[in-house]
Design a protein around this ligand. Structure first.
Ligand SMILES: *[C@@H]1O[C@H](CO)[C@@H](O)[C@H](O)[C@H]1NC(C)=O
Ligand SMILES: *[C@@H]1O[C@H](CO)[C@@H](O)[C@H](O)[C@H]1NC(C)=O
Ligand SMILES: *[C@@H]1O[C@H](CO)[C@@H](O)[C@H](O)[C@H]1NC(C)=O
Length: 329
């Protein structure tokens, strides 16, 4: 009885393996065909065709689909994320325009679609707005036959709030000291010093019109996410990065950022480093020099930004660690 059961089970496993390998071979063929018909780029997208030929392509969450992509080694290490949906939650004045531009240029050759979602008047969405965003992402994915990347100026949204699969988040952050001077060019050292004495009227401590640096964009919507130097907010931000963001880039290291994106989110960013070198390198250098002149004018800023600086250094460390790890394999 038990033996019979095991034999049957083995047979089923064999059948599944056989079917899957057939599926992969068919896909490989159609990739080659597509490539011949196409513009003859030498890099080949393995799972483009699995998306195109799969009958279940409209349901990105079906187990079968997931298995196929996984076997082709295209999933980011975070299996619970939707590998067909990228979400760039942009942070103002942090240079995300470069990434949006790259996505727009790459969408045709890498067979995905880029969708810019409308900016709300506040980066902090209400619950209703968060739900609407989740449904908007879901509907777009259902209506497009190919993977989709989104960008929106918004804080991290937890898709499990209504039980949906999270897209793969990524974004770009900027050194917090530079970010402050970019956003608030008229800040004075005296003003900053007053803030460090916990003045509730201080721009850094207030919730709604206060300075939003990087942590709130990863921490989310709890009021504590807005308080400066809050260890809980820092911990939540890090936890969300670990869970939902395979890559968080750093503006000062934009080339490494793009390298990491190409390594870890390969389907969307194939060819990105080449494209960046060819088309954007000069453009960014120009920006960098003007930006650097402002940094370091404020004695009291470092203390006020303790958690923000810790977060920034942690992100930077993670970026380089990931690039090195990826290159070893
Ligand atoms: C996301 O929402 C789910 C469901 O409400 C909750 O269990 C989970 O802790 C939340 N995750 C984060 C990072 O907020
Ligand atoms: C800087 O200017 C803005 C308006 O442009 C003002 O709201 C803000 O209070 C100013 N900040 C300081 C520190 O003076
Ligand atoms: C700093 O605080 C002192 C005392 O509360 C106040 O007199 C001064 O105007 C403040 N300076 C700034 C730049 O806000």
């Amino acid at each position: 009885m038990r033996r019979h059961f095991i034999n049957t089970f083995a047979l089923i496993v064999l059948c599944v393996v056989f079917l899957l390998s057939g599926f992969v071979v068919i896909n490989k063929k159609s990739v080659v065909n597509n490539n011949k018909k196409g513009h003859g780029e030498e890099y080949v997208g393995n799972y483009v065709s699995s998306t195109k030929s799969s009958a279940s392509r409209k349901k990105f969450t079906t187990p079968r689909k997931k298995h196929v992509t996984k076997s082709l080694n295209e999933l980011p290490p975070m299996d619970h994320l939707n590998a067909h949906a990228l979400f760039l939650n942009t942070i103002p004045k942090s240079g995300a325009e470069v990434l949006v531009l790259l996505l727009k240029w790459l969408q045709g050759r890498n067979s995905f679609k880029h969708v810019k979602l409308k900016k709300e008047n506040n980066n902090k969405l209400t619950i209703i707005q968060q739900e609407n965003l989740i449904y908007e992402v879901e509907d777009t994915l259902r209506n497009e036959a190919i993977p989709v990347s989104f960008d929106k100026e918004v804080r991290f949204v937890n898709f499990s709030l209504i039980g949906k699969q999270s897209p793969t988040f990524f974004t770009l952050i900027r050194n917090p000291e530079e970010l402050i001077t970019a956003r608030y060019p008229n800040l004075t050292d005296d003003y900053i010093k007053n803030c460090s004495t916990n003045d509730p009227g201080c721009l850094f401590n207030s919730n709604d019109n206060g300075i939003e640096l990087n942590i709130p964009y990863f921490c989310g919507y709890s009021p504590r996410c807005d308080s400066l130097n809050d260890d809980w907010a820092l911990a939540v931000a890090k936890e969300n990065v670990e869970k939902y963001y395979p890559v968080v880039g750093v503006l000062d290291e934009i080339y490494s950022t793009i390298t990491c994106l190409e390594l870890k989110l390969h389907y969307f960013f194939r060819g990105a480093t080449m494209m960046y070198k060819k088309k954007l390198l000069g453009f960014n250098k120009k920006k960098k020099t003007s930006k650097n002149t402002k940094k370091g004018d404020y004695k009291h800023l470092k203390k006020i930004l303790r958690a923000e600086i810790a977060f920034y250094e942690w992100i930077k460390f993670r970026l380089f660690k990931d690039i090195n790890n990826k290159r070893l394999f």
